[in-house]
Design a binder for this molecule. Structure first.
Ligand code: NAP
Length: 311
């Protein structure tokens, strides 16, 4: 099997930026894309804060552009979800189902997946029966219906605002009495006539109708201790993310939330030479498209330098 100079895991902002940079450095990167090509931004409606787009840009279109841009510089794409990485000296052996790849350098940019609540009814009604983590994907199915959105961060506000395009009423359920979201998003959310906030409320269960579809969200009011049912056909969960790093268990250090821990003094260098991590699988602080892209760039430049030293 021919050994690749560089394999990049993931096609979100971090992975594709690393592909653009390593492609332009003539390193002929192989990019492995997993179960969500394009990463989380493909499920976002409008990206308003990526520099260079004064009118904003559709998330799917932005990722498609990045993909084409990397391909223009020689990036190759293959579908494969890596299960584990084995080391043989400086060589990295990647196991992905029945496929195996070998590389001198690996950039891990596997991103993160939505966090779920773990309450009764959630799994039973997930995907098609009323519980979802993606307003962009599923919002239109809830036209003229009442829905709830769970969470108090930017994601929850963004989902709630997006859903006002279709739904008759959006109840934002948050376990505190103030939103964690950025000021501009919080203000827009609180000012919207279709959005009502259920403060100090912790979700307890998604309740089903006789057909097994969601009919209400049961929440516990943390100030009074009472349980309340909020009638809704859709429950949109937006309570943060879990990094996709299980496959490096035993190989790289991860923190208690699963984020890869970089070496001191670097944002992208892991404890294994020639193995880098970029974007939402390592960054638990900023978690932005632009910072993921920046880390993809950093890892590519570090990779280029390391390879130049080795060869
Ligand atoms: P986040 O900021 O971590 O917010 C998660 C929210 O979910 C918090 O309000 C949290 O409550 C709540 N939560 C967590 N676990 C919960 C549980 N078990 N039950 C009920 N509520 C729970 O996550 P995010 O909103 O996904 O944002 C992540 C990052 O992406 C942030 O840096 C954000 O700024 C960024 N982002 C930016 C944009 C944008 O700029 N357009 C859009 C989306 C995301 P507590 O407040 O009580 O912790």
């Amino acid at each position: 099997m021919a050994i690749e100079d560089i394999i990049i895991l993931g096609t979100g902002c971090a992975g594709l930026t690393a592909a653009i940079y390593t492609g332009r450095a003539q390193l002929n990167p192989l990019v492995l894309e997993g179960s969500q090509p394009g990463g989380q931004l493909t499920t976002t409606s409008e990206v308003e804060n990526f520099p260079g787009f004064p009118e904003g840009i559709d998330g799917y279109m932005m990722m498609d552009n990045l993909r084409k841009q990397a391909a223009r510089f020689g990036a190759r794409y293959e579908h494969a979800k890596v299960d584990s990485i084995e080391l043989d000296g400086d060589k990295k052996i990647l196991h992905a189902g029945d496929k195996t790849f070998e590389a001198r350098i690996v950039i891990i940019a596997t991103g993160a997946r939505p966090r779920l609540l773990g309450i009764p009814g959630e799994q039973e009604m997930y995907g098609g029966k009323g519980v979802t983590t993606c307003a962009t994907c599923d919002g239109a199915f809830y036209r003229d219906m009442d829905v709830t959105v769970i969470g108090g961060g930017d994601s929850a506000c963004e989902e709630a605002l997006f859903l006002t395009r279709f739904c008759s009423k959006v109840t934002l359920v948050h376990r505190r009495d103030t939103l964690r979201a950025s000021k501009i998003m919080a203000e827009r959310t609180l000012a919207h006539e279709k959005i009502e906030v259920c403060w100090n409320a912790s979700p307890e269960a998604v309740l089903a109708d006789e057909s097994g579809n969601a009919r209400a969200l049961k929440v516990k009011k943390l100030d009074s201790g009472d349980s309340v049912e909020i009638p809704c056909k859709g429950v949109f969960i937006a309570i943060g993310h879990i990094p996709n790093t299980d496959f490096v268990e035993g190989l790289l250090e991860r923190d208690e939330n699963g984020y890869i821990v970089p070496e001191t003094g670097s944002q992208v260098q892991t404890s294994v030479p020639g193995l880098y991590a970029a974007g939402d699988c390592v960054d638990h602080i900023y978690r932005q498209a632009i910072t993921a892209a920046g880390m993809g760039c950093q890892s590519a430049i570090e990779a280029e330098r390391w390879l130049a030293e080795k060869t």
